[in-house]
Design a binder for this molecule. Structure first.
Ligand SMILES: [Zn+2]
Length: 277
């Protein structure tokens, strides 16, 4: 037997992604006695500022936004009982096409090998059994999410000691329902223009391609509270409007695609640690 606790590491791009993408599994596995490590790659400086001031608007100060979001991230980690928070503190690159993409110190501009070397150090320190990050499109195309995938996969290739590796995803069957609820709660949600939608890579996966469905319903309130810790960000306010019950109903199962595995656990599986305990 190994002389260290079973360990889950989640690699995320921004403060708040840990809550939306993996709040359920972080809370659930912490409750099961598994050590949880969150790596947040950027400072979130391109997020909304105090009072809802948007990036690029007068008065938006990325350093002040980053400081505020760091506190929010710490509060979220407390709610989720994250054992260790590691910050890589690259500058938030903003959405694809923003000038921030190429700003000095931006995560997107950082050579993959450099970010991967720093992450590999953390992989060696914590020796996670399970690592979770985004897919190659960063789920929806955000440069920092894409970069998080790239440095994670590169770091894993150099360390080669992690049993199971997952990318977060969403079942296509849920995307429609998600759109319906979005319209119900957020008047500003618009269907993407069909031509635009056709040009974008599709988000999520067909249900039959999803390998791992983890029920985190029991931890819906914690996931909601973790997201509430990030209430400075406009897009989170939409989720909070749903209230805990509707939120848990919609977000209570977290889905993943398993991309590396040494355990041989059969898929579909309902546990990231299947085959490891
Ligand atoms: Zn993000």
């Amino acid at each position: 037997m190994v002389d260290r606790p079973l360990t889950l590491m989640a690699v995320h791009a921004h403060p708040d992604d840990e809550a939306t993408g993996t709040g359920g599994v972080l809370a659930r596995y912490a409750a099961e006695g598994i050590r949880t490590v969150l790596v947040t790659c950027t400072d979130g400086g391109c997020g909304d500022g105090p009072g809802g001031v948007k990036p690029g608007e007068p008065g938006h100060d990325p350093a002040a936004v980053a400081a505020m979001r760091r506190q929010e991230l710490q509060a979220s980690c407390e709610v989720l009982n994250v054992s260790h928070l590691e910050l890589l503190e690259y500058a938030d690159s903003g959405m694809m096409g923003w000038p921030a993409n190429d700003a000095p110190g931006s995560f997107w501009r950082t050579p993959v090998e450099e970010g991967a070397a720093r992450l590999a150090e953390l992989l060696r320190r914590y020796q996670p059994d399970v690592v979770v990050t985004y897919d190659e499109n960063g789920f929806y195309g955000h440069p920092d999410h894409i970069q998080a995938n790239r440095i994670t996969m590169a770091a894993l290739a150099t360390t080669g000691m992690t049993s199971k590796v997952y990318w977060t995803t969403a079942p296509r069957s849920m995307m429609q329902r998600f759109g319906e609820v979005m319209r119900e709660f957020g008047a500003d949600w618009e269907e993407p223009d069909p031509a635009e939608a056709a040009a974008m890579p599709e988000i999520g996966l067909p249900d039959e391609e999803i390998t791992t469905w983890v029920d985190t319903t029991e931890f819906g309130a914690q996931k909601f509270d973790a997201l509430a810790a990030h209430a400075s960000q406009g897009e989170n306010i939409f989720f909070l409007k749903m209230g805990k019950e509707r939120f848990t109903e919609l977000m209570g199962v977290e889905t993943f695609v398993r991309v590396q595995d040494t355990t041989g656990a059969a898929v579909p599986e309902n546990d990231l640690f299947a085959g490891l305990r």
